[in-house]
Design a binder for this molecule. Structure first.
Ligand code: C2E
Ligand code: MG
Ligand code: MG
Length: 587
């Protein structure tokens, strides 16, 4: 390692550097006469002046710099350098990080050249014929001072002022270099992202000064628990990262555990006892193969760690990668899939309990793909997360109403039931979008029932009342879906403009033979009837469940007993052949 002027732990240069620090001065490329002349000038001038070394060319100069760490170099602008690179450029290339102070002595005044010298990294220059002792001495001090300021600037650009850790820029830079090295030499490394849980209240309750001290303490915990070859960084507010070099998964987990244990040990700040909890996510190279992937894996692992109350950190594993890659792919393609009509609806009949006459269809969404299966609840959750609720419902209404219109033309008359998620249920745009689609396909509003899950209804009961009343006034019917799973308040049930209760399928699937359960279904059915509602039994799969639903007084039945939901593609007969036991309403 070169011993040139180095920053201390905080990155600042020691002040003594400005006073030459007892280190030699190096003349590069001058002949003997010039060396003797300048030496004489300087030694006769300053009292604190260091010893002087000389190098005839840049190659020897580089060696001397490595060995003696001079306080400043004085370079003859005509000094011989390797072909294609000026001596100054060679110096800067070799000691890029150190910002070594350099003064260039020029043979004659040349504005272009002096500008180019400064551009190449000389801190100062002087015309040889004007090189008096005070001028030369002044140029030296100037070069050292400028180099010091440049180092400070570099430090502020690369380090976090509060904690002295690397900042985001420098960490990204190191990460890129480390990954390049790992790739080339087949090495491993890890990136750990650490987040203090609920840090904000500390600032709010005790003030920012205490908050800052807490962050400094966290930085110390991190610094003390990784090796000096690792790179701890503060990414902003209460988020930290550490780049761990040459570690496998196991070691990276051990280090993370040590860091988290240190952070979570109680400590004192300004007389206050502080206890923190922290979460961390770990990404490992080569499982993550690029800077971008390292950051994403670490972030995702942190998200998983925060979500799971049982663990402090998560190591992003192969299995996580498979799940995450699938999700990324789906999320990237979903908007386009909606736009291009790649989603599909399947329809499941709902029949009367008395004689199994077809009454309604429930439309259920699907995303048919060759690579992955996507469940309906996953699809709906993704649509919500990606803010695609509006375009999705536009597609849903158009598709479902278009299908009902097509079946109507084949003289099949039945209502259509559509599931509406929490977010959309409370948005004002639903009424407009649904109305436009009804008009376009000439569907009377009372042929459409909106199914809203019980838990959704109970999120904001007052708003539900207002919005659903608006939709109901337009003629649409409203059903409570999955009834029995959402702890409804009876008071609100009576205020909501409801038409139908769908008793959740779990009641029928799990407990067809359970006497207490039967009593619950009976009571729910009686309650629904007393409010004037129709009751649908969901999840009727077997003869036993069918009997139960009928005995407790359900009005309508839906389930695999009659058939699974099916795509409508083609004409009515090709759809209806999948179902059995169903009577078609008389035309
Ligand atoms: P849900 O609204 O309660 O729909 C009924 C679900 O039960 C459907 O599952 C259906 O295939 C299934 N099912 C019907 N009969 C039986 C049976 O006899 N046994 C069993 N085990 N299951 C039966 P699917 O299609 O997977 O949908 C699941 C949930 O996803 C739906 O529950 C609904 O909450 C949601 N979903 C589906 N499509 C949409 C949609 O377009 N919008 C919204 N917001 N949610 C949807
Ligand atoms: Mg439903
Ligand atoms: Mg349901």
């Amino acid at each position: 390692m070169p011993r040139v002027a180095r920053a201390d732990a905080t990155g600042a240069l020691p002040m003594s550097t400005l006073k030459f620090d007892g280190r030699p001065l190096l003349f590069i490329g001058f002949d003997d006469t010039e060396n003797a002349l300048y030496q004489q000038l300087l030694t006769g001038y300053g009292r604190d002046f260091p010893s002087i070394l000389t190098a005839p060319d840049i190659t020897q100069a580089l060696e001397i710099i490595r060995d003696t760490a001079p306080c400043c170099c004085i370079l003859d602008d005509t000094a011989a350098g390797p072909v294609g690179l000026s001596p100054l450029a060679r110096l800067r290339q070799e000691f890029a990080a150190e910002n070594l102070p350099v003064v260039v002595l020029m043979a004659k005044e040349n504005e272009e050249q002096s500008y180019s010298l400064l551009q190449q990294g000389a801190q100062d220059y002087l015309i040889k014929s004007e090189a008096t002792a005070p001028r030369l001495y002044g140029a030296l001090r100037n070069a050292i001072h400028t180099s010091h300021l440049q180092n400070q600037l570099t430090h502020f650009a690369h380090y976090d002022v509060l904690t002295g850790l690397l900042n985001r820029n420098l960490l990204y830079n190191r990460l890129a270099h480390t990954i390049g090295r790992c790739n080339r030499y087949n090495l491993e490394c890890a990136l750990v992202v650490i987040d203090i849980d609920s840090f904000k209240p500390f600032n709010e309750i005790y003030g920012y000064e205490v908050g800052d001290q807490i962050l400094q303490h966290v930085a110390t915990c991190i610094r003390n628990n990784c090796r000096h070859t690792d790179s701890p960084a503060r990414m902003g507010s209460d988020e930290f990262m550490v780049l761990l070099e040459q570690v496998n998964e196991q070691v990276s987990q051990q280090i993370t555990e040590k860091i988290i244990t240190a952070i979570q040990a109680p400590f004192e700040v300004s007389g206050l006892q502080i206890s923190l909890t922290a979460s961390a996510g770990i990404a490992n190279y080569p499982l993550a193969a690029s800077v971008e992937e390292m950051l994403k894996h670490a972030d995702e692992a942190l998200f998983l760690a925060k979500r799971d109350q049982q663990v402090n950190f998560v190591n992003f594993s192969k299995q996580h990668k498979i799940t995450w890659t699938r999700q990324q792919l789906l999320e990237r393609e979903l908007a386009k899939a909606i736009q291009q009509g790649d989603l599909a609806l399947v329809y499941q009949p709902i029949v009367t309990a008395s004689d199994y006459t077809l009454k309604r269809f429930e439309a259920l969404s699907r995303w048919p793909r060759n690579d992955f299966a996507v469940s309906a609840p996953e699809l709906i959750a993704m649509i919500d997360r990606l803010n695609l609720i509006e375009p999705f419902h536009d597609w849903l209404f158009q598709t479902a109403f278009g299908q009902i219109q097509a079946w109507n033309k084949e003289l099949i008359v039945a209502d259509v039931c559509l599931n509406i998620p929490a977010n959309y249920c409370y948005s004002h745009s639903i009424a407009r979008t649904i109305e436009q689609a009804l008009v376009r396909f000439n569907i009377p509003p009372d042929k459409v029932e909106l199914e809203i899950t019980e838990s959704t209804l109970m999120l904001y009961p007052e708003r539900s009342v207002e919005l659903l009343q608006g939709l109901h006034n337009k003629g649409l019917k409203i059903a409570v879906d999955d009834f029995g799973t959402g702890y409804s308040s009876m008071a609100y049930l009576t205020q909501l403009p409801l038409d139908t209760l769908k008793i959740d399928k779990q009641f029928f699937l799990d407990n067809a033979k359970n006497e207490r359960n039967r009593k619950v279904i009976e009571a729910v059915t009686a309650l629904g009837h007393s409010l004037g509602l129709e009751i649908i039994a969901e999840g009727v799969e077997t003869q036993a469940e069918l009997e139960l639903a009928k005995q407790v007084g359900c009005d309508l039945l839906q389930g695999f007993y009659f058939g699974r939901p099916q795509m409508a593609g083609g004409d009515w007969n090709s759809y209806f052949k999948h179902f059995s036991n169903i009577i078609l309403p008389s035309k």
